[in-house]
Write a protein that binds this ligand. Structure first.
Ligand code: UFG
Length: 328
């Protein structure tokens, strides 16, 4: 039973993956500083409260817990925030990851699955986006991840560190098997904000309807968090079986506009979404859709949630549950 350190395991995607690992006979050990994650997501998982920049403490923990491999989620993820305070992103995401790499080298751990993002591509020349597309982030958030991807290349070459980089598109939904869902504070993501608009009656602003897309709103690739968690387990098992390093897009390959998502929310909830049309949000590319054929080919991954309705339905069940029970 591999012992797996899950950094950021109290966060949204990290907690889904940690619970899936436990249900698959792996032994997840979570580290999280709880600056953005939630203790209630841990639900009995072995847990250490720690900031990744504490290299000494991290190295000791890796040795004491006899960790075999690491899945590294812990990061700040808000693109807008990263433009207002880039230093936070380089300190937390980049320096935090470099500290982890140092601690892993000291503890002689040579397998890592790393959370990266479609934001590494910036405003791509064409969609769907293959992994060999130009890496050209347009935000400090994207750059903070690119810098780690570059370090992983050299760590592979000269340190024998094998890593799988997963570049997420738009993670969303909630896994009905676990008591988990999306709870960012403040929330900036489209699906939870649309559901909140339905629940509260307060209108959401749509950021622009004059994009060069069929209905004028931005197109994104919405990937269910359970499918994303499955990709991590497959990546981990692949590395443990001796697989080489690689970087893969994690998306479904299907693009949906903001208006498509609004329609899906209205169908699922049976309510009208109150919204207004506002100006474009800085840094939003018109369309981001993954070519995820490499992930499917190499790791045998297949998205199970291919219907936007099903994805929205899972998020809706979680949103209703969390409005009736107090969150930490
Ligand atoms: N949107 C609105 N109104 C809102 C919120 C979002 O119209 O109140 C729109 C956005 O303009 C965008 C779409 O909904 O067109 C999706 O926006 P999200 O904020 O939910 O997600 P992003 O596509 O901006 O960002 C996601 C991840 C990032 C990642 C990025 C890759 O959250 O971490 O994809 O480009 F970097």
């Amino acid at each position: 039973m591999p012992r797996v350190l899950v950094t950021g395991g109290a966060g949204y995607i990290g907690s889904h993956t940690a619970h899936l690992l436990r249900s698959r006979d792996h032994h997840p050990v979570v580290v999280d500083d709880l600056s953005r994650g939630h203790a209630h997501n841990l639900d009995g998982l072995p847990f250490h409260r720690l900031n990744l920049r504490d290299t000494r403490a991290l190295a000791s923990l890796l040795k004491n817990e006899a960790i075999d491999a690491v899945i590294h989620f812990a990061a700040f993820i808000a693109v807008g925030e990263s433009t207002r305070a880039p230093e936070l992103y380089f300190a937390n995401n980049t320096a935090g990851s470099f500290s982890l790499l140092e601690a892993m080298a000291e503890a002689r751990i040579s397998r890592l699955v790393f959370s990266s993002t479609a934001a590494v591509y910036g405003d791509p020349d064409a969609v769907p986006i293959p992994e060999h597309a130009r890496i050209a982030p347009v935000s400090p958030y994207g750059e903070s991840k690119v810098m780690v991807e570059r370090a992983l290349y050299w760590m592979d070459k000269f340190r024998g560190l094998r890593s799988i980089v997963l570049r997420y598109f738009n993670a969303c939904g909630a896994d009905p098997e676990f008591p988990l869902g999306e709870e960012h504070d403040p929330e900036t993501h489209l699906i939870p904000l649309l559901l909140q608009a339905v629940l509260t009656g307060r209108p959401i602003t749509i950021f622009g309807d004059d994009y060069p897309t069929p209905d004028g709103t931005c197109i994104r690739d919405y990937i269910h968090v359970r499918d994303l968690a499955e990709a991590h387990v497959l990546a981990l098992d692949y590395l443990i079986a001796g697989g080489p390093s690689g970087a893969f897009n994690a998306g479904t390959g299907a693009g949906h506009s903001v208006r498509d998502v609004i329609r899906a929310v209205e169908d699922v909830t049976g309510a009208k979404v109150p919204y207004t049309i506002g100006p474009r949000r800085a840094g939003d590319p018109p369309s981001l859709v993954a070519d995820s054929s490499a992930l499917q080919r190499t790791l045998g991954w297949r998205p199970r949630y291919t219907s936007l309705h099903e994805i929205v339905d899972s998020a809706w069940r979680f949103a209703r549950r969390s409005t009736t029970s107090p969150a930490e």
